[in-house]
Design a protein around this ligand. Structure first.
Ligand code: AMP
Length: 142
């Protein structure tokens, strides 16, 4: 059985503006911001704004909105970082690796011959995250 949604999870607080983030994109239904422990340069998280714990309880409408933004961000990070490819990753429940229980997709630029850092590894420098967010916003035309 899927667990209940906790409205006090950290991403719900970011969506409500109670906690800051390095935002790269927002529309009525979705939000995208830099992961603070990036697995690679340009690692972005894409979320629906509405309540959904993960893919197991999300509505088709939330999924449609979020995947459209995932595609938009994937194209932008590929262009911004001149990446060779883009990795899209998503976890459902703790045994599958989920640590924040508001649905999100990881969008990570990949480069030939360059490995990823660990999932929820080291905190990145905020200046660098701000720089990367600005690059991605430019690629988005913002
Ligand atoms: P997961 O739930 O396993 O997909 O991972 C949650 C992701 O959120 C991890 O990659 C964390 O580095 C990231 N994260 C946790 N807290 C924050 C935050 N306040 N701002 C941005 N990213 C975060």
């Amino acid at each position: 059985m899927t667990e209940a949604y906790d409205p006090n999870n950290i991403f719900a607080k970011i969506i409500r503006g109670e906690i800051p983030c390095h935002k790269v994109f927002e529309d009525d239904d979705t939000l995208a911001f830099m992961d603070i422990m990036p697995q690679g340069n340009g690692h972005v998280l894409v979320l629906p704004k509405g309540e959904a714990r993960n893919i197991l309880d999300a509505t088709p409408e939330q999924l449609a909105a979020v995947i459209a933004t995932v595609q938009r961000i994937a194209k932008a990070v590929k262009a911004a970082f001149a990446a060779d490819g883009v990795f899209v990753q998503q976890f459902n429940e703790a045994p599958a690796g989920q640590t924040v229980f508001h649905l999100h997709f990881h969008v990570i630029p990949r480069f030939e011959g360059v490995g990823l850092r660990g999932h929820t590894g080291q905190m990145a420098d905020h200046g660098l995250l701000a720089e990367h967010a600005a690059k991605i916003r430019t690629a988005l035309g913002g």
